[in-house]
Ligand binder design. Sequence first.
Ligand code: VL7
Length: 151
Amino acid sequence: MPTSLCGTWDLVSNTNFDGYMMALGMSCMLISTYNNFVKCWICPMLRKVALKVKQRKVVEQVGDVYVVKTLSPLRNYLVSFRINEEFEEFTKGLDERHCKSLVTWEGKKLVCVQKGEKKNRGWAHWIEDEKLHMELCCEGQVCKQVFKRHD
Ligand code: VL7
């Protein structure tokens, strides 16, 4: 990993994050059981708050292990992996799904494919104009986020 991806990054733009969250099932269209009903009104509220919170990305490399932390006042999420080595991912605190994930380099892009219940799920990171760019995909939705270095 080029050292340029490592560091602390603050979110400066976030396009279609709502579409991405909806694709993950935070749309809450079904009302049947008590449990679902609760989910139904929590999801739109959670999405609304999630759209507003400041996200920070901390990317670290320790030996051949990579750690990517997504931090926010609402939730924190940590994933660690080795390049080209499939691993079990559980998206704890997010949509709480199990995936078989694989991270590879595709040229200058660090690309993750998250195989699981959701089709076409994954993300990519790359540096452009000294900023950290990210695409988050799920089903037909693409969320684009840009981070600037934390100062
Ligand atoms: C993960 C969130 C929506 C729950 C909180 C919203 C605040 C902060 O996958 C991601 O990063 C990859 C690439 O850097 C490494 O794991 C981004 C954010 C997706 C999905 C679920 C809304 C609650 C989010 C954690």
